[in-house]
Write a protein that binds this ligand. Sequence first.
Ligand SMILES: *Cc1c(COP(=O)(O)O)cnc(C)c1O
Length: 381
Amino acid sequence: MEKRKIGFNKPYLTGKETDYILESVQTRKISGDGIFTKKCHGFFEERYGFEKVLLTTSCTDALEMAAILLEIKPGDEVIAPAYTFVSSVNAFVLRGAKIVFCDSEEGTPNIDVDKIEDLITDKTRAIVVVHYAGIAVNMDPLMEIANRKNIFVVEDAAQSVDSYYKGRPLGSIGHLAAFSFHETKNVISGEGGMLVINDKKFSERAEIIREKGTNRSAFFRGEVDKYGWVDIGSSFLPSDIIAAFLYAQLENLDDIQKKRKHIWEYYYKNLSELSEKGYLRFQEIPDYATNNAHMFYILCRTPGDRSGLIKYLKSKGIDAVFHYLSLNKSKFYKDKNSNNDLKYSDYYTEHLLRLPFYYELTDEDLDYVINNIKNYYLENE
Ligand SMILES: *Cc1c(COP(=O)(O)O)cnc(C)c1O
């Protein structure tokens, strides 16, 4: 096999991004909530039936808005998976909350809904769930617990664009949800994110918090005759230039998803021989979830097997990566944490390996990756 260089991620450009950026620049209104921001809002509200959406500068910022909206304060507890990106919980730590980590399920890295109830105390204010790899958390039993106990649910839907739970779009089920358009996600704007507000009582305040604590949004709609400082807030709205980039991606969402699903299926089909022989495991997709082809990962037999494979692939020019050191074991939180019996979170931390995944991968590139994985197992029988 001729050696190739295959990076882990490569941001895809539809070709319209710079046209729309130019169009936005020519409107001479390039701050937030310009024409492209409105187009993006309309896209999400129409396609997924989201009640209210607001573009933000990142998913991290959308989560920070969620923590402010839920009035999280020192002493409150927030339940979250340990196997996730820091932003899922950092947003709540910034408001003074204590994070109570919950384990992953056996079959997916998602939070184990069956283990949540035992972690609830009279201080629990919110549960954050992450639809890992765009595969839905089991939301019905989760919402039942949350509603019964009067606890808010925030979906960290960073990886979940165009994915569903029992036919309902991810991001539409919790009280609030946060999406990411970081360049490593399915649709991108470099940095970027979105808050989805499913509980109407948060809508007005969300606009205010996003606009530095002012009622400027209501002013621009002509609902108030002057605007001023009415609440806490920050600058969470992106420039319309960012939205112009994003809109070019959204217009091509179906094409992007089709290609990503092809890549996912191709890996799955051609690696199944290795899974049948027991060299590796695939991710599970529960009946209630769809697969939005956000990533393709394998589960290696041992941590040693994983580092051996990473090294082997690297020597062939291929970047495969792992991520998420269980947050309960992070330098920042290990002494503040009270629940350390997180067996499956540790399992995913030590065994999960993500394969190169981006639009421009050709079948030949994929064959190259797949054949090298096969060779590794042949050589290390
Ligand atoms: C990417 C990601 C984030 C952060 O998104 P940003 O837009 O970079 O802030 C948060 N949570 C999860 C699960 C992610 O994958």
